[in-house]
Write a protein that binds this ligand. Structure first.
Ligand code: SAH
Ligand code: SF4
Length: 393
């Protein structure tokens, strides 16, 4: 049994291959060249979860593919629905790891810094790693440490599995008699790709899994695949400066930076990455970030009660960002039991925002989505890990 498993792991994972790599594979198999694009479309446009679904590929070709390659399709393990429409998917990888993706319909238009049609926006927050190595003290994912990187195929497949689920739900709602908003939303969904926007803000540090993240973007942006617009994808980083510079040169999608503090003393305590690349180095990288039209960098600032939420913090933040063409997303902390940080509350949040606005810094409040279902980074997957551990006799 064991040698077989090892052999399987060595087979190329089809969903992580570029179209050019699929062309080589198809060529080696003696198949006609156009089969590569056909296969690519099954994998990334239709989001097929199995070879059986690829009905217009000849059966012998599919059988050979199944022998010589792998399809690392994710399985939906749990779905939690929040009262605000947010849906949190816990997904299982083929090797049994749990990751999460959070679906947020109808993001407020005033949160947007892009030009997508106001109203119907369906955003998915995807994970890039199982766990995370960065060790931020307030973050649930950090408590797992880094278990492993996700492959490009696994990053993209979160989008395809959720798209498939959304399509199935919309179809069920159309068939059923459920009246009201849900049905209307289902009817308007249609098409091949319900999701309109992606944010790389789930578990993991995207720029610490650089190659797979870049490949996943190539796949998701591909005209023969999911065909997302680069203006509708944002990658968030805790501040890995050298990779931010590379990312600016090699990608056109948007960047968000988790700042979360205004002095290195404070930030170093919350985010160990600050000891390697401090606030000055981070801001320097943002200033040099190539910002074509509509590609303003966003700063994320998680407000932690009594830690980084004072008027002085807000004044310092305004001074740091003065004159930079950036915007700030203020995020009220979603409390994780046991980590010892608290949500500052609405009044403090608004007072903090007002100080920024008065100083001409664009600042939005990012509504805390899915609070009732623990939708903050890593919360559901960590819960799943504990359940798994508890289940071991
Ligand atoms: N590793 C990347 C992306 C994933 S974390 C990064 O750090 O940017 C995405 C965002 O969630 C970060 O801005 C992080 O500061 C924030 N975050 C983590 N835990 C949170 C919590 N419990 N409540 C609110 N925001 C949280
Ligand atoms: Fe990793 Fe981001 Fe969590 Fe920090 S906030 S531990 S970088 S996922």
């Amino acid at each position: 049994m064991l040698p077989l498993l090892t052999e399987d792991a060595q087979k190329p994972e089809l969903r992580s291959l570029s179209l050019a790599e699929l062309q080589l594979l198809v060529d080696r198999m003696g198949e006609k060249p156009y089969r590569a694009r056909q296969l690519f479309r099954w994998l990334h446009f239709r989001g097929a979860g199995s070879f059986e679904e690829m009905s217009d590929l000849p059966r012998p070709f599919r059988e050979r593919l199944a022998q010589e390659a792998r399809l690392a399709t994710l399985v939906i393990d749990t779905v939690q629905q929040s009262s605000d429409g947010t849906r949190k998917y816990r997904l299982r990888t083929q090797d049994g790891k749990l990751i999460e993706a959070v679906y947020m319909p109808d993001l407020d238009p005033d949160e947007a810094d892009d030009d997508s049609a106001a109203g119907i926006r369906r955003t998915l927050c995807v994970s890039t790693q199982v766990g995370c190595a960065m060790g931020c003290g307030f973050c649930m994912t950090a408590t797992m440490g880094l278990v492993r990187n996700l492959t490009a195929g696994e990053i993209a497949d979160q989008v395809y599995r959720v798209n498939a689920d959304l399509r199935a739900r919309a179809a069920a709602e159309e068939r059923g008699s459920a009246p009201g908003r849900a049905e209307a939303a289902g009817r308007s969904m249609g098409g091949e790709r319900p999701l309109t926007n992606l944010v790389y803000m789930g578990m993991g540090e995207p720029l610490h899994n650089y190659a797979s993240v870049m490949r996943s973007l190539e796949l998701l942006l591909h005209a023969d695949g999911a065909n997302f617009s680069h203006r509708h994808i944002t990658v968030s980083t805790s501040g890995l400066v050298p990779n931010m510079v590379r990312f600016g040169e090699e990608s056109q999608v948007k960047l968000a930076v988790s700042l979360n503090a205004t002095t290195d003393e404070q930030r170093g305590k919350l985010m160990p990455v600050d000891k390697k690349w401090n606030i000055a180095a981070l801001l320097d990288a943002v200033r040099k970030f190539p910002s074509k039209q509509g590609r303003r960098v966003t700063f994320e600032y998680v407000l932690l009660r009594g830690v980084n939420d004072s008027d002085d913090d807000a004044v310092r933040l305004s001074a740091l960002l003065k004159g930079m063409p950036v915007k700030v997303n203020l995020i009220p902390y979603n409390e994780n039991p046991g980590l010892g940080f608290g949500d500052p509350g609405e009044a403090r949040l608004q007072a903090f925002r007002k100080i920024l606005i008065d100083r001409k810094v664009t600042a939005m409040v990012r509504k805390n989505r899915g609070r009732d279902i623990a939708a903050a980074c890593g919360q559901l997957a960590v819960q799943g890990q504990k359940e798994k551990r508890a289940a071991i006799p």
